[in-house]
Ligand binder design. Structure first.
Ligand SMILES: *[C@@H]1O[C@H](CO)[C@@H](O)[C@H](O)[C@H]1NC(C)=O
Ligand SMILES: *[C@@H]1O[C@H](CO)[C@@H](O)[C@H](O)[C@H]1NC(C)=O
Ligand SMILES: *[C@@H]1O[C@H](CO)[C@@H](O)[C@H](O)[C@H]1NC(C)=O
Length: 195
């Protein structure tokens, strides 16, 4: 079996598919730009930089996905009067998709904005120049996750308290990751035995 010409190809393929599983497929330049912009804004106020939170980023992506296709109006995004933001349909399901639940996210804040073509300079001022700035300059937030989908970009801020950490139970995320890796290993073993 070791002499099969396919074997040298399989291992790199397997490794790269494991790596890919941990990364969003989408290119996230706007998202990274915005985090850098927000952190310079915080630096200008002598506040610590927000660190990237993967599960908050997952939730931000799911919420951006909900807004996808909706036009920018003054009842959506950062032009909304605070408190009138519509509740997200199926919010608990979105949380569950990201291994989160209400108890580890309730102190966080979700800030959607709609900017045609996500024009970078407008995107940043939609956060730093709107009512959202009151959250961005708040020392209680320590992490952020950003997701975008066509004209929509969503920032989720996290705290360092257990009720806003966006840290899923280790069990949930580790189990799903290990499950995927085993799945691939079994596929590979099955393949080798077939050869
Ligand atoms: C937010 O973006 C919109 C475009 O959707 C723009 O018209 C508005 O001026 C921006 N608001 C701020 C505060 O930058
Ligand atoms: C934070 O932002 C809010 C709203 O823009 C403002 O009223 C407040 O003075 C700011 N605080 C600091 C420390 O910059
Ligand atoms: C949320 O997740 C935590 C940690 O996994 C768990 O202890 C808690 O019971 C869950 N809460 C709800 C409301 O599901």
């Amino acid at each position: 079996m070791a002499s099969s010409p396919l074997c040298p190809l399989l291992l790199p393929l397997l490794l790269s598919s494991i790596l890919l599983l941990n990364r969003p497929v989408k290119c996230d330049n706007e998202d990274d730009n915005l985090l850098r912009g927000i952190n310079s804004y915080r630096a200008s106020l002598n506040l610590a930089a927000l660190s990237k939170n993967d599960d908050a980023e997952c939730l931000a992506g799911e919420i951006a996905d909900q807004f996808k296709g909706q036009p920018c109006t003054n009842t959506t995004g950062s032009n909304t009067v605070p408190g009138t933001e519509p509740q997200f349909a199926g919010y608990p399901n979105l949380l569950a998709k990201c291994h989160l639940n209400v108890s580890n996210t309730q102190d966080g804040v979700i800030m959607p904005a709609c900017v045609p073509k996500l024009e970078p300079s407008l995107v940043l001022t939609n956060f730093t120049g709107s009512q959202y700035s009151g959250n961005l300059n708040d020392t209680k937030y320590v992490g952020a996750g950003i997701g975008s989908e066509d004209n929509w970009i969503v920032v989720v801020l996290t705290t360092n308290t257990s009720t806003g950490s966006f840290t899923p139970s280790n069990a949930a995320s580790v189990v799903s990751r290990i499950g995927l890796i085993f799945h691939l290993l079994f596929l590979l073993m099955g393949y080798i035995f077939l050869l």
